[in-house]
Design a protein around this ligand. Structure first.
Ligand code: HEC
Length: 262
């Protein structure tokens, strides 16, 4: 039989261990990004979604989601169009525009729970694992779409936003001190979350040469914005020498100076 003393040691040791473990688990959870690989939908949802997909979407996207008009919803092409973006963007795209015939009404075309089921089915067909809880509209923006091995650089040709310091003269303009390119779906600069992130971000390590900056319209004159912090949207061009260029589609002033906000 264990002595009283020994029992105490064991008790103290095990509770210390469990405190350590809970601490480690909690920090692993907070530091870990939630992704489509985290089990974000339920198997029941995907089973319902299978039937709803067949009724609502398969006509144009194929019985096996292979696509009929370069619009497959599985595999590499699909992943390349959506990776490094979040499920919120995908949800917004389908609720606003799929099926396309009724696009532009400004409200979901079919009931929201059905969209969530159908997306769950699409996820299951991309081998993203099911989890204990169903996919809901809460926190969709926090679920990243990534390959299983984690994040990759945003692909060439993707629509992105960046923000940094307008630097240059004449026909040659560069945004310096900018963030890594972030994928976006809208080519205007009205998105509040993007603007707010641009406002609060610290000076980054990237720079981007601006192409087509003379053609953004609204009487935009690059020289009038020299030294300002700008939010720039456009398509990303990764060049052979690994520098980056943005084919600009929209620009918005973020601040009069390029100082890191306090
Ligand atoms: C009448 C045909 C049609 C129907 C029905 C339809 N789609 Fe589409 N879908 C398209 C076309 C065409 C495209 C590609 C052009 C575009 O993106 O607008 C597309 C694109 C998509 C994309 C983007 C694909 C990519 O590679 O990025 C998704 C996601 C999508 N559809 C989901 C759905 C879902 C979910 C449904 C059912 C609720 C649905 N669609 C019903 C025709 C259709």
């Amino acid at each position: 039989m264990m002595s009283r003393m020994k029992k105490w040691y064991v008790l103290i040791a095990t509770s210390f261990l469990s405190i350590l473990l809970t601490g480690a688990l909690a920090s692993a959870q907070t530091s870990q990004v939630k992704t489509v690989w985290s089990g974000v939908y339920s198997a029941e949802q995907a089973a319902r979604g299978k039937l709803e997909y067949a009724a609502r979407c398969s006509r144009c996207h194929g019985a096996s989601l292979e696509g009929t008009q370069n619009n497959g919803l599985v595999g590499k092409d699909f992943m390349e169009r959506w990776r490094e973006d979040n499920v919120g963007s995908l949800f917004e795209f389908v609720t606003n525009g799929m099926p396309p015939a009724q696009r532009g009404g400004g409200r979901p075309l079919i009931p929201v729970p059905e969209y969530l089921d159908i997306l769950s089915f699409v996820f299951s067909q991309n081998d993203f694992p099911a989890g204990p809880k169903p996919l809901t509209t809460d926190g969709l923006d926090d679920i990243m779409i990534q390959y299983k091995d984690g994040p990759h650089p945003v692909p060439n040709g993707a629509l992105v936003w960046i923000a940094g310091c307008m630097t240059g003269s004449g026909n040659s303009w560069t945004i310096t001190g900018a963030n890594d390119p972030l994928r976006t779906r809208s080519s205007d600069t009205k998105n509040y979350d993007e603007f707010h992130a641009a406002e609060t971000q610290a000076t980054g390590a990237q720079s981007y040469r601006l192409a087509n900056i003379g053609f953004v319209g609204n009487g935009f004159k690059p020289e009038e914005h020299s030294g300002e912090k700008l939010l720039v949207k456009g398509t990303l061009v990764r060049q052979m020498d690994s520098s980056m260029r943005i084919n600009v589609v929209a620009v918005r002033k973020v601040a009069d100076t390029c100082k890191t906000p306090r």
